[in-house]
Write a protein that binds this ligand. Structure first.
Ligand code: ATP
Ligand code: DGY
Length: 506
């Protein structure tokens, strides 16, 4: 099998384990008929009267289908907001288990085209708000939350208009704001985010099951934390707007809401009716990919599930790591080159401040692997792209293209390049199956990409200058290097796989 095929199969294997249905079935049970109890990972919640379900996010359709199967007749009614086209896409892909059964008690509202809030998503948010407001102390509200939930649950505080909020978040994203920053702003301007939904549902018991798509699994940031106590204040929001130079260009409505926002977030004791439970994350997906890579004969290591930072810097990190591994495969293992690479890599990792990454230890393990076994390094997280151009792309495709360019440049050092004797493949993909506003999930690259593209008249650097990675990969070798999965029905950030094996000697 080619490295390309291996990487694809690892990516699909990783996705398999964070598919909503198996995850939900592992965690959720309903027990007892007379006075039923909802059991979540052993924690019991009595169902005194009615059991309602709401949900929003890219993975919520499959979560809801599995939940309805478990809850059966005990479910009174539900409403979920899911991405536009997801039912058709999953149907086409034959993923029946992610679809609701005919006569389901759960109403599905599709919206948020291209992951942006729209009128349909707003309609869904209003329906969810009305349901929550009508609950009593005897009701239980099961909330299904996954990434993409922010765009799918828009409820701007009046008089802010949806378009105004959308424009502001779009501007923040295009200036490179991280998801934490974006969602702190969203929370401040929303009725339902930042714990708003949980407060409206009071006094009902609220149980949220969450699929995390944010580094470190912060409850108050994932989907902008609609059922989590917010640890942020309006001051934090103002600070972010200042940082991205947006404070003096705000619509009047936003200014009004900001000036009348409470200075402190709602106190923690007001969340005693709420339980937030993380069901799955990027870590779970990487662990499965690692297991499968071992099965394919690789020495497989997980670098981190928290890789973040500007896409160019992260690409450099991966390029240096690849070179270092290749150095171990060659007889060129001279110390000066290895020491220099190692020093640069440690410095870059320190700059990126990747939580929990002990690169020094990781490199030691790498060094101990020995030269014969192919190596697979897996990582996950989410990079940020500061858009400069007007092209079409996504952070995974841009990362792959930048790694391709970096490896090409490193190869330029000639015969002494450690890469020379290695076969290398890099893959970066979004687990939701949609990378930016494109039809692809991500892309593959190898050190040969730049030279081969040039033969087709494609200038990688020009595409990068215009943030046009999707157009590049669509044209290059007939789109062979694009990772296309369609919407996957799950969402646990992005995954990168680096596969390296020694080249066969002729
Ligand atoms: N032309 C482009 N090139 C590179 N990156 C882009 C381009 N256009 C948008 N992006 C990036 O794509 C990201 C949005 O992609 P996407 O909609 O997949 O977000 P997401 O983070 O997966 O969404 P969610 O977390 O809500 O599921 C933004 O970070 C944006 O900077
Ligand atoms: O919806 C969102 O806010 C992002 O996907 C992070 O959870």
């Amino acid at each position: 099998m080619s490295l390309h095929e291996h990487a694809l199969s690892l990516f699909r294997g990783a996705l398999g384990t964070v598919r909503p249905a198996p995850m939900l079935k592992r965690a959720l049970k309903l027990q007892g008929d007379g006075c039923p109890q909802l059991l979540v990972r052993g924690q019991a919640f009595p169902v005194k009267r009615d059991l309602y379900l709401v949900g929003f996010g890219k993975a919520v359709l499959g979560m809801a289908a599995a939940a309805e199967e478990i809850l059966g007749e005990h479910l009174t009614r539900g409403i979920i907001n899911v991405p536009l086209g997801i039912q058709e896409s999953l149907q086409r892909a034959g993923m029946q288990e992610m679809l609701l059964k005919p006569h389901s008690k759960i109403q599905v509202i599709e919206g948020a085209k291209n992951n942006l809030p729209d009128a349909e998503a707003l309609k869904g948010a209003v329906a969810i708000q009305e349901l929550a407001e009508g609950l009593t102390a005897d009701d239980l509200l099961l909330v299904l939350i996954s990434g993409g939930g922010s765009a799918l649950l828009p409820a701007p505080i009046p008089p802010i208009l949806l378009e105004e909020k959308e424009k502001l978040t779009k501007m923040l994203a295009s200036r490179g704001a991280a998801i934490q920053e974006l969602n702190i702003v969203r929370k401040t301007l929303s009725v339902l985010k930042g714990g708003g939904l949980a407060q409206l549902a009071h006094p009902a018991q609220v149980v949220s099951l969450i699929l995390s798509d944010v580094i470190g699994d912060p409850l108050d940031i994932i989907a902008s934390g609609p059922t989590a106590a917010s640890s942020h204040s309006v001051q934090d929001c103002l600070h972010i707007l200042t940082k991205y130079n947006l404070l003096h260009n705000l619509p009047k409505s936003v200014e009004m809401v900001l000036s009348s926002s409470p200075t402190k977030p709602t106190a923690l004791e007001n969340y005693s009716h709420v339980s937030n439970i993380i069901l799955g994350s990027n870590t779970l997906a990487l662990e499965e990919a690692r297991r499968q890579a071992e099965g394919l004969g690789y020495a497989a290591l997980v670098l981190s599930a928290a890789v973040h930072g500007e896409v160019g810097r992260v690409a450099t990190l991966y390029c240096q790591l690849i070179q270092l591994v290749c150095l171990g495969f060659t007889s060129l293992g001279e110390r000066p080159l290895g020491d220099e690479l190692r020093g640069n890599l440690l410095q870059l990792a320190a700059e990126l401040q990747i939580p929990g990454l002990h690169l020094d230890e990781f490199l030691q393990v790498l060094r101990g692997l020995g030269p014969d076994r192919p190596v697979c390094i897996l990582a996950g997280g989410e990079t940020t792209v500061q858009l400069q151009g007007t092209g079409k792309g996504g952070r995974n495709q841009e990362l792959a293209l930048r790694v391709g360019l970096g490896l090409h440049k490193a190869q330029g050092t000639g015969a002494s390049s450690p890469q020379g004797r290695c076969e290398i493949l890099f893959l970066s993909g979004g687990t939701d199956g949609q990378d930016g506003p494109t039809e692809a999930a991500g892309a593959f690259c190898s050190p040969e990409l730049v030279a081969e593209a040039l033969q087709e008249g494609l200038d990688v650097e020009a595409f990068l200058r215009n943030n046009d990675s999707y157009t590049f990969f669509s044209q290059f070798q007939g789109g062979h290097h694009l990772l296309v999965t369609g919407l996957t029905g799950t969402n646990v950030m992005d995954i990168q796989a680096i596969l390296i094996r020694a080249m066969e000697r002729s």
